[in-house]
Design a protein around this ligand. Structure first.
Ligand code: ADP
Ligand code: MG
Length: 230
C-alpha cells in the first residue's frame, strides 16, 4: 500500500510536468524529421559517410519521439471518455496486433479469452497497457518461446495474466518496476511500465508481478468490474 502511494505521488508530479513539455516538443520534432529526410535525399545520395550520419540522426530522433509518445499517455485525454468495453476483445486485438512481431522472434502467443462482463474503461489506454507488457515479454525472449495470455472473470474482477519465459526479474528489482526511467535495456525508456501502472490505477485496478530468475515472469492485471467510473 505504501509502495503504491509513493508511486502515485511521483506519477502526478512527473506527469504534469512532462505532459506539458512533451506536447511542445512534438511539433518541432515532426518538422525536424521531415527536413532531415529532405536533406538526406539531396546530399546523402551516394555518400556512405553522410548516409551513416543521417541514419544515426534519424534513429536518435525516433528515440526522442518514442519517449515523448510514452510520456504523453500520462496527459489526461482532453475529454476523459470512459465507455463500456470488452476487455477480452481489447486483449485479442492487441495479441493480433503483436503476433507478427512475435512470430519474427520465434515466439508463439497462446491466448485464452473467457467471456467477461463489460466494464467502464478507456479502451485505447487499456490497449496501450497490454501492448507495453506484451512488448516487454517479447523483448526478454530473444531466443523465442511461448507467451501465455489469459483473460478471466474471477469473482468481482477481471483477471489478466501475461506470462513469459524470459530472464525473470530479481526479487529486489521488482519494486523498481513502474518507476520513471527504470530500465535495464540499452535502448529502453523505462516509461512503459510507469504509464501502465498509471492507467491501471486510474481504472481502480492493480498490477502484480511474479517472477523467477531464469524461468520467466507473469504480470497480473486485476480490473474491478464495478469501478464506479462513467
Ligand atoms: P523499458 O522496456 O523501456 O526498459 P519498461 O517500463 O517497459 O521500460 O520496463 C522497465 C524494466 O522492467 C525493463 O527494462 C526490465 O528490466 C523490466 N521488465 C519489464 N518487463 C519484464 C519482463 N517481462 N521480464 C523481465 N524484466 C522485465
Ligand atoms: Mg518496455
Amino acid at each position: 500500500m505504501e509502495e503504491q502511494l509513493r508511486k502515485s505521488d511521483t506519477l502526478s508530479v512527473v506527469g504534469q510536468l512532462a505532459a506539458g513539455i512533451a506536447h511542445e516538443i512534438r511539433n518541432p520534432m515532426t518538422a525536424l524529421k521531415g527536413f532531415i529526410q529532405l536533406l538526406q535525399g539531396s546530399i546523402g545520395n551516394g555518400c556512405e559517410q553522410y548516409n551513416m550520419y543521417f541514419h544515426v540522426i534519424m534513429s536518435e530522433l525516433k528515440r526522442i519521439e518514442s519517449i515523448i509518445t510514452e510520456f504523453l499517455v500520462l496527459a489526461k485525454p482532453q475529454a476523459v471518455h470512459y465507455e463500456r468495453g470488452d476487455v477480452a476483445k481489447i486483449m485479442q486485438e492487441t495479441v493480433d496486433l503483436l503476433s507478427v512481431q512475435a512470430t519474427m522472434h520465434n515466439i508463439q502467443i497462446e491466448a485464452t479469452y473467457e467471456q467477461v462482463p463489460r466494464i467502464y474503461c478507456e479502451p485505447k489506454q487499456l490497449k496501450q497497457v497490454f501492448i507495453n507488457i506484451l512488448k516487454n515479454a517479447i523483448e526478454v525472449m530473444p531466443n523465442g518461446g511461448t507467451i501465455t495470455v489469459s483473460v478471466q472473470h474471477v469473482g468481482d474482477d477481471i483477471r489478466i495474466a501475461i506470462r513469459d519465459q524470459g530472464c525473470g526479474i530479481p526479487k529486489d528489482k521488482i519494486k523498481k518496476l513502474g518507476e520513471p526511467f527504470y530500465t535495464t535495456k540499452e535502448r529502453g525508456t523505462g516509461l512503459g511500465l510507469m504509464v501502465s501502472y498509471k492507467i491501471i490505477e486510474e481504472h481502480r485496478g492493480r498490477i502484480d508481478v511474479e517472477s523467477e530468475v531464469g524461468v520467466g515472469t507473469t504480470f497480473y492485471i486485476t480490473l474491478p468490474i464495478n469501478n464506479d467510473m462513467r
